[in-house]
Write a protein that binds this ligand. Structure first.
Ligand code: FUL
Length: 604
């Protein structure tokens, strides 16, 4: 009995994560005692740490997404599950080319869309006919996931799978227990037949709309399946290991707490908790003292910035000239890795089954630009750990007396995320001048500022929860980037000759009859609004009386998360003077489209 008690005592110490300095650590989750004061909550928050899987994931910094599937061949962003598998036919598929390119570009893991919302499986699942086995590619004997997996082994790349819970093809979708079984069966295939999986990505999108099918997902079961079959995998988005940053444009938060009050969406209490605390995935503050005040529990739930190198997630030939510029990618880098997040950059293979040269060239430039900057750290002894109290100040010598314009700070997050405010000063003209300041640091924080030439800097930790554990202070010089930017033209008509005949539905008189090559819907300022257009019917007319129904039941797929211009191309270039768009918003009621959100390109 005595022996058992001793074992139990040590076990509980272990579970609590007792560590250095006898400080108790809480791994991934902490529940506050009912009567905890704000001060006590703050101290507990300071001791919340990642699991070893979360920590390993955070250290990767660069991860890649590969959106590939039916949509690659149809030009859509969301297939509706009715597309024939016969369209899936890459002509020069080479997964090794993908992985080699990603490896050269510095990525540590790649995640493949094994199944997107259309339900088409890139592996020959035995639970559905809607797979590569029904496609002409390799006479139905191919397996994209297998070839990609093998390439990952060969080039030492970690491997992840995206499996969309929303499935527009599965007949069982909406019949909850049946579909859940189907989903678990598919998960089983992916998690047992392809070696070690490091990340499982469950998308939150489910846009069947008000009259669509309502599927109640059995998240507990999905979660247990992953934990049992792949204990080292982290579960992202609809998971509780990794959180969506809140946008698909590569923009991070100034204040990014990994120790957050946001309850992960897979918990049944999530809706109620988050409503009570007025937090949501896109909220600017997820973990400050203000947020802790009313919180009852806290999650180590770090941010992942997912963004595509092109406007769309899938490859579309007409976007070949719209691969993000080098300066745009560098901005994304500072706003993701440099803002306490992991970057998940999407590079969609083309219809040949290869990464397009425009993307691979840009990826290599991106890596070269980072490496050039990081090659020279001007701070001396910045990697000496520093246990900093609130108000703690430390000076660092700067070598070479050359200009610097980027500072990098890191906390040892294995002892919690603690810094709440910091200031950086440089010794210039015989006095200290503030060159940067900020709030959270976390795993990594990079701050850009106008260049200074100095021989010393000082870092002040103005506020911290307990003593901060500063692990690294570095300074770099980033050369200015001059991009050749290509402007995409999505309107070639003089707008001042247009008349908005009606706003609901939107009817535009273009002022003259034209041969229409394309029509673009570009949400104002690239912002998503609840009343924006999601589903639409498009009509054209030459007299404003007799209408031709040009596109039926169209969908501006994913526009709510990625509110970038979406273009409809018309091969037969119909003649029209009037355009009518009947549209509904994501909630299924009438959408509001402004005339300025529409662009028309006249055929040459
Ligand atoms: C979104 C999806 O709807 C997009 O198609 C894409 O897969 C992106 C990564 O997540 O929610």
């Amino acid at each position: 009995m005595k022996k058992l008690l001793v074992v139990c005592f040590f076990m509980s110490l272990f579970l609590m994560g007792y560590a250095q300095n006898k400080e108790p650590y809480y791994q991934k989750y902490v529940k506050f005692p009912q009567d905890a004061t704000l001060h006590e909550k703050v101290e507990m928050a300071a001791r919340l740490v990642p699991t070893s899987q979360q920590y390993a994931w955070q250290q990767m910094e660069f991860t890649a997404f590969l959106h590939f599937g039916i949509n690659t061949f149809t030009g859509r962003e969301w297939g509706d599950g009715t597309e024939s598998p016969s369209v899936f036919n890459p002509t020069a598929f080479d997964a090794e080319q993908w992985v080699k390119t990603l490896k050269q570009a510095g990525f540590k893991m790649a995640i493949i869309t094994a199944k997107h919302h259309d339900g088409f499986c890139l592996w020959p699942s035995k639970y559905t006919d809607y797979t590569v086995a029904a496609s002409p590619w390799k006479d139905g004997n191919g397996d994209v996931v297998r070839e990609f997996r093998d390439a990952c082994y060969k080039y030492d790349m970690k491997f992840g799978v995206y499996l969309s819970p929303w499935d527009r093809n599965a007949s069982s979708y909406g019949d909850s227990p049946k579909y859940n079984q189907y989903f678990v069966d598919q998960l089983n295939e992916l998690l047992t037949q392809y070696g070690e999986v490091h990340e499982v990505w469950f998308d939150g999108a489910c846009a069947e709309g008000p009259n669509g099918k309502k599927q109640e997902y059995d998240w507990d079961r999905f979660y247990t399946t992953i934990q049992t079959l792949q204990p080292n995998a982290v579960m992202a988005i609809m998971g509780d290991d990794i959180r969506w940053v809140g946008n698909e444009s590569g923009v991070g938060r100034e204040t990014e707490w990994s120790a957050t009050v946001l309850t992960p969406g897979i918990y049944s209490r999530a809706e109620e908790n988050n409503k009570r605390l007025k937090v949501f995935a896109k909220a600017p503050d997820l973990g400050s003292r203000d947020m802790l005040r009313n919180a009852e529990e806290l999650f180590w739930y770090p941010s992942e910035v997912d963004v595509s190198i092109r406007p769309g997630w899938f490859y579309h030939g007409h976007e070949d000239s719209e691969v993000k510029s080098l300066s745009h990618l560098m901005n994304i880098y500072y706003e993701s890795v440099g803002m306490n997040s992991v970057l998940l950059l999407n590079i969609p293979p083309d219809t040949r089954g290869l990464i397009h040269p425009n993307d691979s060239i840009r990826l290599i430039e991106f890596a070269a630009c980072r490496n050039k900057m990081l090659a020279k750290n001007y701070v001396k002894k910045g990697d000496k750990s520093w246990n900093a109290p609130s108000g703690g100040i430390k000076e660092y010598k700067i070598s070479d007396h050359l200009p610097i314009n980027v500072i990098l700070l890191q906390e040892d997050i294995t002892k919690g995320q603690r810094v709440e405010r910091f200031t950086i000063e440089a010794w210039v003209d015989k006095r200290w001048q503030v060159i940067a300041n900020g709030t959270t640091v976390g795993y990594k924080r990079m701050i850009r500022f106008p260049q200074v030439t100095t021989n010393k800097i000082r870092v002040t930790i103005n506020h911290t929860r307990l003593n901060a554990n500063i692990k690294n202070v570095a300074a770099y010089y980033a050369e200015p980037i001059i991009d050749q930017t290509v402007q995409t033209v999505w309107n070639t008509l003089p707008r001042n000759q247009w008349t908005s005949v009606s706003r609901g539905p939107l009817i535009i008189d273009l002022g003259k009859s034209i041969h229409m090559a394309s029509l673009t819907y570009a949400p104002l300022n690239g912002e998503a609004k609840p009343d924006m257009a999601y589903r639409y019917d498009l009509y054209i007319s030459n007299d404003g009386v007799k209408w031709e129904h040009l596109r039926k039941k169209g969908e501006f797929s994913n526009i709510m998360h990625n509110p970038l211009p979406q273009t409809l191309f018309f091969e037969n270039q119909p003649t029209t003077r009037y355009i009518k768009i009947e549209a509904t918003n994501p909630a299924g009621t009438e959408a509001k489209i402004d005339m300025n959100e529409i662009g028309v390109v006249e055929a040459e």
